[in-house]
Design a binder for this molecule. Structure first.
Ligand SMILES: O=P(O)(O)OC[C@H]1O[C@H](O[C@H]2O[C@H](CO)[C@@H](O)[C@H](O)[C@H]2O)[C@H](O)[C@@H](O)[C@@H]1O
Length: 263
């Protein structure tokens, strides 16, 4: 079993040197949305990518290949971006990958069935549980529940009773119901690299679902976790979400001054 190790801080001299030697115009730049480009807020429909982050992302989109890998539905994610990435892969990797169109139809049907079952099983249970229907996966949020422990237990029981059994992926005060066999973020990033004919990728994410990328431990992927964690598989970490601003500015600087010794 691969042991996790504490990541290294990205924004010190050593981390920035590594970033500079990894990133060039041919590097795929992939980002998670919630908690990475947008700060976490209590209402999932109220996220905002700050204007200066949108501007940096728009600049990067003009300089390199930018991809968004999000747990949100694609259309929902697109409505928040304010810039135009090369690709947006939604639903934790299950939506928007070329070649998966048939399976996506199957995933939609499964989710519609699970949604009906959840409406029945959660009716009358603890308040504050919010079901987000993302068509190819479902999210059961309990951040705003009066008793989070009780709400979490209710959600786990309800997901455990679903037929057929889904995959359950934990997130930040959310449990995600995902079709078995659907691509997750790790697979999605590798497929995207192949599809776009790109050799390597930088990936920045903040959540348990992003560990699916970090756990690949692939030398072609430079993984950065937003928020230090003793259990992350990411190579590097940022102290908090606000530091994404500096990361984007550093990458813009790297791409504006190409050197001969990039890896
Ligand atoms: O992969 P991501 O782009 O990070 O999406 C992960 C989930 O993000 C959203 O939920 C999380 O952010 C909300 C807004 O800040 C917050 O209220 C919630 O507690 C978080 O779990 C989104 O609603 C989910 O669909 C995504 O799966």
């Amino acid at each position: 079993m691969i042991q996790n190790r504490p990541g290294r801080y990205l924004l010190d001299d050593a981390g920035l040197t590594e970033l500079r030697s990894f990133v060039d115009a041919g590097t795929l730049l992939a980002f998670d949305l919630d908690g990475t480009l947008a700060p976490i807020v209590a209402d999932p429909s109220a996220i905002v990518i700050p204007g200066h982050i949108q501007e940096s992302m728009a600049r990067l989109c003009a300089m390199a290949t930018v991809v968004i890998l999000t747990g949100r539905g694609r259309e929902d994610a697109l409505s928040f971006l304010g810039f135009e990435p090369c690709m947006v892969v939604g639903n934790h990797g299950a939506e928007g990958l070329p070649g998966w169109e048939e399976r996506e139809r199957e995933f939609r049907e499964l989710c519609a069935g699970w949604k009906q079952q959840l409406h029945l099983s959660l009716a009358g249970t603890s308040s504050g549980i919010f079901l987000e229907d993302k068509r190819l996966s479902l999210s059961l949020h309990y951040r705003n529940a009066a008793g989070r422990g009780e709400a979490f237990a209710t959600i786990i029981e309800a997901i455990g009773a679903l037929v057929p059994a889904p995959e359950r992926i934990s997130g930040k005060f959310v449990e995600n119901v995902v079709p078995r066999g659907a691509p997750r973020k790790g697979r999605a990033l590798l497929d995207t690299l192949r599809y776009l004919g790109t050799g390597r990728a930088l990936y920045v994410g903040d959540d348990a679902t992003d560990e699916d990328v970090f756990r690949l431990r692939n030398e072609r992927i430079f993984g950065v976790r937003v928020g230090a964690s003793s259990s992350t598989a990411a190579d590097y970490y940022l102290k908090d979400q606000q530091e994404i601003d500096r990361v984007l500015r550093e990458i813009i600087d790297i791409l504006s001054h190409p050197s001969c010794d990039a890896a």
